[in-house]
Write a protein that binds this ligand. Structure first.
Ligand SMILES: C[S@@+](CC[C@H](N)C(=O)[O-])C[C@H]1O[C@@H](n2cnc3c(N)ncnc32)[C@H](O)[C@@H]1O
Length: 223
């Protein structure tokens, strides 16, 4: 069943979907429990070491409710690194959610591919699986063009173990129907190592590929 990337749509693919706001709140909790920020902050440590603590502009693509940006703001404060944070998401619910929670970032409500200009660092966590293979190859090229210092994709490993665990656990916890539906679809739309090797080759992009606990792939470039 999980042999190939699924093309099944997620409810969240509709930027105006009812329940989006609640789903973002539950996603922030899931991110915390699944240590989603850890590989991203580890990547930023690598960037900061290479940059010698210089100021960084950071774009988070598919930023959702901005909880990752809020964690990055704390990371930067602790390391005394000046950062200019920007969240980008196609759903207007994302900007509303982040503003209501005081996430210290500028916000762009747009499709990722419509955004121009460049940032020191471009990140995305749990965004890449929203794209089909053809769009992903374009997105890898887009990341190269939009980032001056480096970029990171952190996304789900397509594997029966997290799929089965999430299928049971999220129903048991009675999470929002959008989260229950989209969680297993997201894993089915996730990636194996072979997928990333193929996509990088198609896009002719060289990047580092790492597995991160629990069941994530990190694809990154630090220049
Ligand atoms: C699964 S959520 C992840 C949110 C956040 N990064 C996190 O880790 O909690 C994916 C987000 O990507 C956004 N998204 C999907 N397609 C997009 C696109 N083409 N351009 C910008 N944002 C998009 C969705 O609106 C959604 O907020």
């Amino acid at each position: 069943m999980l042999r190939q990337r699924s093309r099944q749509p997620e409810w969240m693919d509709d930027p105006e979907a009812a329940g989006f706001d609640t789903a973002l709140a539950e996603l922030a909790l899931i991110n915390r429990l699944s240590l989603a920020a850890r590989p991203v902050l580890g990547f930023l440590d690598r960037v900061a070491a290479r940059q010698g603590g210089r100021p960084l502009s950071i774009l988070d693509v598919g930023a959702g409710g901005g909880d990752l940006l809020a964690r990055i703001a704390v990371w930067a404060q602790q390391r005394r690194i000046a950062v200019e944070l920007t969240g980008l998401d196609v759903s207007p619910w994302a900007a509303r959610h982040a503003m209501a929670r005081g996430v210290p970032a500028k916000w762009i409500t747009a499709d990722a591919f419509a955004v121009e200009g460049s940032y020191d660092v471009v990140l995305c966590s749990l965004f890449a699986h929203h794209l089909d293979d053809a769009a992903l190859a374009r997105f890898l090229v887009w990341l190269e063009a939009r980032s001056r210092v480096g970029w990171l994709i952190s996304d789900l490993h397509r594997h029966w173990l997290p799929w089965g665990f999430i299928w049971g656990a999220f129903r048991l916890l009675r999470l929002h129907p959008m989260v229950v539906h989209d969680s297993t679809v997201s894993i089915a739309r996730g990636f194996t190592r072979a997928d990333w090797r193929r996509l990088l080759a198609e896009a002719q992009v060289e990047a580092q590929l790492r597995w991160a606990f629990p069941f994530r792939w990190q694809v990154s470039v630090v220049r």
